[in-house]
Ligand binder design. Structure first.
Ligand SMILES: [Zn+2]
Length: 178
């Protein structure tokens, strides 16, 4: 499992690294809960009942203190909106809640590697940390196909941790596509 920051040059040795990994895994479990939350679930107040044909991707946005600010689940089919990805919805809700577009100090946790649109939106929101689960070799823009989050030409580069609970997050997607 690849839990270290992808190319960020920060090791995961020491007590801090272990604590951080544990925290990331806890948040990822919450994002998984949001991804698969069904009818009657209290898992995600932000998100309505998922459409059966929406790919189960979940996101959680945490404030600088680690408190949950918003959640989002992929609702592209449900809403017929091509931009209704989990990350974008979580960003919009958190920004609405805080009353500002700038989300520095915040952490976005998502079950699948962000696409180019979402990676771009995360940079624009000045998100400080991005934690994702499964890698997406076909469209991923956080290290797989592109690396928008750590492009040195951009003036903001979040810290990125990929492959957190990789087995569990990939299993949810595999079950959907089977
Ligand atoms: Zn996306």
């Amino acid at each position: 499992m690849r839990c270290e920051p992808v190319g960020a040059g920060v090791g995961r040795t020491g007590v801090g690294g272990a604590d951080r990994r544990q925290r990331h895994e806890e948040w990822m479990r919450r994002a998984l809960e949001v991804a698969v939350a069904g009818a009657g679930s209290i898992a995600a107040a932000d998100t309505p009942v998922p459409a059966a044909d929406d790919i189960p991707v979940g996101a959680v946005l945490l404030g600088p203190d680690g408190a949950e600010l918003a959640t989002g689940r992929n609702e592209r089919e449900l809403t017929g909106d091509p931009t209704a990805h989990a990350e974008v919805l979580a960003l919009r809700r958190a920004a609405g809640r805080l009353g500002r577009w700038r989300l520095d100090g915040c952490t976005l946790v998502v079950t699948l590697e962000p696409c180019t649109m979402c990676a771009g939106a995360l940079v624009l929101a000045r998100i400080s940390t991005v934690v994702f689960g499964a890698w997406e070799p076909k469209t991923g823009a956080a290290g797989s196909l592109w690396d928008v989050l750590r492009d040195r030409r951009l003036n903001h580069r979040p810290e990125v941790y990929g492959g957190v609970l990789e087995t569990e997050t990939a299993a949810v997607l595999r079950a959907f596509f089977r």
